[in-house]
Design a binder for this molecule. Structure first.
Ligand SMILES: [Zn+2]
Length: 137
């Protein structure tokens, strides 16, 4: 089998980008409402030596804390268990949204590089992936 010409390889790579991009777009359609910030489960100690929480396995909680950045500051609020269930879903939705957007940016970048190269011009832009995301919940 003859080695495909560079442009054929590139056309195939571009087609893969288009298909993956279309798949990413269709996943976007399923993502529900989102919420900024991160949700953590906290267990606390009241420092009363006679309290059950003196045992590290029997701390008070869980308390659900939502934190977000606003005006350069981190703001935190305690949520009820019922609120936490909703916010968990919205925060997870936002992470899913960001992951799909990041994938779409990467695919766009790859496609743009192929197109620029095919046109005989270099691609101009920041190097990707731009950063590795911190994974916190
Ligand atoms: Zn206690």
């Amino acid at each position: 089998m003859p080695e495909p010409r560079l442009s054929e390889k590139r056309a195939a790579a571009l087609e893969r980008c288009r298909e993956a991009y279309a798949a990413a777009k269709s996943r976007l359609a399923d993502i529900g409402f989102t919420c900024e910030g991160s949700l953590v489960e906290r267990y606390t100690c009241c420092h009363n030596p006679n309290c059950r929480c003196a045992d590290p396995t029997r701390r008070h909680g869980p308390y659900f804390q939502l934190s977000w950045k606003e005006g350069g500051r981190t703001i935190s609020r305690i949520l009820s268990t019922e609120q936490a269930a909703l916010y968990r879903e919205w925060v997870d939705n936002r992470r899913a949204l960001e992951a799909v957007l990041e994938e779409m940016r990467d695919l766009s970048r790859e496609a743009a590089e192929h197109l620029a190269s095919e046109a005989g011009v270099g691609f101009v832009g920041p190097s990707r992936p731009r950063r590795s995301r911190r994974r916190t919940r």
